[in-house]
Design a protein around this ligand. Sequence first.
Ligand code: SF4
Length: 375
Amino acid sequence: MENKADFLRVRNLKKYFPTKKGMLHAVDDVSFNIGRGETLGLVGESGCGKSTVGRAIIRLHEPTDGTIHLDDKDVMAYRGSAELKKMRQEMQIVFQDPYSSLNPRMNTFDLIADPLRVNHIAKNEKEMEERVYDMMKTVGLEDRLAGSYPHELDGGRRQRIGIARALILEPKFIVMDEPVSALDVSIQAQILNLMDTLQDKMHLTYLFISHDLSVVRHISDRIAVMYLGKIVELTDYVSIFENPLHPYTQALLSAIPIPKYGLERHRIFLEGDVPSPIDPKEDCRFAGRCMHAMDVCRQVTPQLVEIADGHFVACHLYDNGLEAGRTILSTGKDKQKSREEKTTQEHYEEQTTEEVLVEKERKESEGELPKTDQL
Ligand code: SF4
């Protein structure tokens, strides 16, 4: 029987880019599955390699190493432009910035019809027209917009065209690469709802890439957190928010405001430098910023292991099991507290300095003190 979790299988995916200084490890040994009809959210800071993962899966970037299977088909086995074109009928991408990804000289109709023409899908113009207008309706674009050009439309409508272009070939899997990051918050919600509806209607599977955990949680079934080319934690969307295990995930979550009145979250301030992704050494890449770093963290790269049912983490804190890791984390709370206190103290001192300057200015203007430029 088919395992639902095996629809997309990515194993040991690597994407390195040669630079003058050495090999840049943008994606370094990344593995995960996505089930049929599931959404996996992929989050991390800008430059962590999450978009490169999406592009490598659909081979917009040729992977350096690793295997990719979609519905048991070997994605790496497709050769030449004709075969790749065929593969991309099943795997599509929606880009972040619909304005720069759409040809400004094409109107809405032609932009949506373009993938059909390129792949010689529609039998004739009549079928093409029917499919384009059907798709416009599906993504919520009125017929009257068929002749409009991208610059005449708002960001939300442009992104609807981007989604229509991805869906017109009836793919099974879609990489959503920061699809709402360039949109206003009110439009973001509309596009997220649309993607949700389309997923149910068309039985789609998504890899949803974003730097924003609060956006990802609205659409994802499971969430993977990336740091400098590696997945550091992967679990369902409830566990990632209620029981984050990796120190980096905990720091990311601490930056999200809690909407409920009366609930407090202690902000974790990361110190230290992000290491270079060029020819990285064998260690935990987060070690320079992690308050729990141990000697082993600077010598051995932690592997992503299943520490609880469906909960994967790459961190040496859990080398002796979940409870042992939690114990170390709880003793580390003192360090965290002193970091918070230090930051609060710095803020207080800044405020005090500002207050002193305001007071000095007042006294100068009221003649209680000689003006600074008169001294
Ligand atoms: S492996 Fe070590 S340095 Fe890396 S996150 Fe875990 S405790 Fe911190």
